[in-house]
Design a protein around this ligand. Structure first.
Ligand SMILES: [Zn+2]
Ligand SMILES: [Zn+2]
Length: 328
């Protein structure tokens, strides 16, 4: 799948889950939801969630750990079944985001517009959430941003047949529904809940990391962008919403850095490590973390830190870097 095909896919992947979600709400209203639907939703939410967070994000984009080939294939397939993008395109956009976060060239910064006030904020949030996916100029060449991954035969193959994995992500919950409910109707509602509704919910949680977590929440670390930690999203996002922590230490396998910062993805990676299935897990030692946090504490820290939002792009000079092949 190339960039143009990805655009067409994004359109379908935005509208169909929305329609599915509306249909599911109507069924829910009429109490037409069974145990098989909830199981299909739960299982698929976890598979897709781990694929995107532990797989696409921490393993591929940031190389936070190493793993076996079968697990690499699982992560790439599960991430593809989440229906956001092929692994090479997703990773290229994400590395580009880290390289120039909230500056010109960031594919999904909420601070890209030039309109002031609430209207500008709403437009920025929409752009960072989903609007960027429809940007005609959207481009991140995998050979430029992730040549290490583009050389991987398995990832190239999964990227090429991405749509088949998305369809499998619809079929599998149908089969779960069929196995539990035993009827064609339970197959159909399994596809609806574990497929379309799950696409809708899990994708909006991922999109919220780019929108909500760059505008609202708390900053623990003084970083060069507007990333924030958002506690209420942490469970649903498998720990990804500790986003200020993540921008401060992009390669860390865990984004939750205090005992109360729930990070299911990190727990999963730790579990794999214990089983000998993950190694070279990147950890940040506590002293380094606390030292970095202190710089923000000195100026007030937390939600109310005096921190001017970045200037609109129109007022900034082009800061795009020339070569960005290294891993964030
Ligand atoms: Zn970010
Ligand atoms: Zn990242």
């Amino acid at each position: 799948m190339d960039g143009r095909e990805h655009h067409t896919f994004i359109l379908a992947a935005s509208i169909l889950p929305l329609l599915g979600f509306v249909a599911a709400i109507v069924l829910l209203w009429n109490s037409v939801v069974g145990v098989s639907d909830l199981v299909a939703f739960g299982v698929m939410y976890v598979i897709a969630g781990l694929g995107v967070t532990a797989g696409y994000h921490r393993l591929f984009a940031h190389r936070a750990f190493k793993t076996t080939r079968p697990l690499k294939l699982f992560f790439a397939s599960a991430g593809a079944a989440a229906g956001q993008a092929p692994p090479l395109i997703w990773t290229a956009h994400h590395r580009k985001h880290h390289r120039v976060a909230d500056k010109p060239g960031d594919p999904h910064s909420p601070y890209g517009g030039d309109e002031p006030g609430i209207r500008g904020l709403a437009k920025g949030l929409w752009h960072a959430h989903m609007g960027w996916l429809f940007d005609e100029d959207l481009d991140a060449d995998p050979m430029r941003y992730c040549p290490d991954l583009a050389r991987d035969k398995d990832l190239r193959w999964i990227s090429r047949y991405f749509v088949a994995f998305v369809l499998a992500g619809l079929l599998l919950p149908g089969l779960i529904g069929l196995a539990i409910g035993g009827t064609l109707a339970s197959f159909a509602t399994g596809v609806l809940w574990g497929g379309l509704v799950r696409f809708f919910v899990s994708n909006h949680v991922t999109y919220a990391i780019n929108s909500v977590c760059h505008v609202f929440g708390r900053r623990r670390f003084e970083v060069a962008d507007e990333s924030r930690n958002v506690g209420w999203l942490s469970l649903a996002s498998f720990g990804e919403s500790w986003h200020n922590n993540h921008h401060a230490f992009p390669r860390s396998y865990t984004h939750g850095m205090r005992w109360y910062e729930v990070d299911l993805s990190a727990q999963f990676i730790r579990g794999l490590e214990r089983l000998g299935l993950a190694w070279d897990v990147v950890r940040v030692d506590r002293a380094t973390m606390e030292r970095k946090a202190e710089s923000l504490a000195r100026v007030g820290g937390g939600r109310h830190v005096p921190h001017a939002p970045p200037k609109p792009l129109a007022e900034q000079r082009d800061l795009s870097p020339a070569g960005v092949a290294d891993v964030e």
